[in-house]
Design a protein around this ligand. Structure first.
Ligand code: 5GP
Ligand code: MN
Length: 320
């Protein structure tokens, strides 16, 4: 296994990057590693963390205001960590990763092949936060680091509901809550609580959803005009796709929103019967077996037709 203390020992500058449209696991794992390195590295070491400005719900994480949302020109880090994604999903921070002297990739996506010189990639882990926890020397963990990791784990496991939750995940969570933060409030504030507008847009998406393949699939789509009407951005749409998936008899749910003319960001959720990571990867995206995404071109109907061919094939294979 990767020995973190060995790798950071001789680095004077360390960068950390997370993926575009950062989710809870991305934010939690990056910030936990950032807080940890700031604590255990000598004071003259430069530690920097890069990802897009996340949702305000993550403001409870210590030093979140220190994230860098732009990459410095020509900067070369001694060591660069790529968390919760591959190098190609880093967005603006990708050039920092490419230029770094040494790269370490920590990820749990089944579609991830390991883009670093060193890789700690395990598709069986619930979250990247769980993998970061594995690597930290426990005597340096404090309440703020524990809280960031806990946020990452609850977001990627749907508060320990999804099948990626293992006994190990729960043991780690038990250790993390022993640091004393208010985990109950954290779950409420960062996972369940939604604004009125977020609830309204969710209602609209559910209302306009369409079943197909004999009710085994469901799709809903929001175009930019509707998003503008409700004054919401992509970050306000979290949770819609899992609501669609929760409908009885649905094996695969698709939620998509318009990102550009004839371009959609697609999120998929499934049961055991459909491997959505395979479908998303086919269309240039990735993810996990039961939760994956990609960006697709064409009209709404083009996208649904293209996806449904793959879904139907898998459902038929499953039956035969
Ligand atoms: P979500 O549907 O919540 O955006 O993403 C579900 C899972 O699929 C997450 O683990 C996310 O990282 C992954 N994912 C979503 N969109 C993409 C994409 O465009 N490319 C890749 N490689 N993974 C994605
Ligand atoms: Mn993740």
């Amino acid at each position: 296994m990767l020995q973190l203390s060995e790798e950071i020992r001789n680095a004077k500058t360390i960068g950390i990057g997370g993926h575009i449209r950062p989710d809870g696991d991305c934010v939690g794992s990056c910030m936990a590693l950032y807080l940890y390195l700031k604590k255990c590295m000598p004071s003259d070491a430069e530690i920097a963390v890069y990802f897009e400005k996340p949702s305000d719900i993550f403001n409870t994480i210590k030093d979140i205001s220190e994230i860098r949302t732009e990459a410095e020109e020509g900067k070369q880090f001694d060591l660069f960590f790529v968390l919760d994604c591959e190098g190609s999903r880093l967005g603006f921070a990708e050039k920092l990763f490419r230029q770094a002297k040494k790269k370490i990739n920590i990820d749990h996506h089944i579609s991830s092949n390991g883009c670093g010189d060193l890789n700690y990639v395990d598709a069986n882990a619930s979250s990247t936060s769980e993998l970061v926890y594995d690597l930290l020397e426990k005597e340096w963990i404090d309440e703020e680091i524990a809280k960031a990791l806990y946020i990452g784990i609850i977001h990627d496991t749907g508060v320990f509901q999804y099948s990626n939750t293992s006994p190990k995940t729960l043991r780690i969570a038990a250790d993390l809550v022993s640091y004393g933060f208010d985990f109950s409030a954290l779950i409420e504030k960062t996972f369940y609580e939604k604004t009125y507008l977020q609830n309204q847009i969710m209602g609209r998406a559910l209302l306009e959803s369409i079943m197909f393949l004999d009710g085994r699939c469901i799709v809903s789509c929001l175009d930019r005009k509707v998003m503008q009407f409700y004054n919401v951005t992509a970050a306000d749409l979290d949770g819609i796709v899992s609501h669609l998936r929760n409908i009885r008899d649905v094996e695969c749910a698709i939620f998509m929103y318009e990102t550009d003319i004839l371009e959609y960001k697609v999120s998929m959720r499934s049961t055991d019967k459909v491997d959505v990571a395979r479908i998303a990867s086919f269309f240039g995206g990735g993810g996990h077996k039961k939760a994956a995404g990609c960006t697709m071109s064409g009209t709404f109907h083009d996208v649904v037709n293209n996806l449904s061919v793959h879904i139907e094939k898998q459902l038929n294979e499953e039956e035969n």
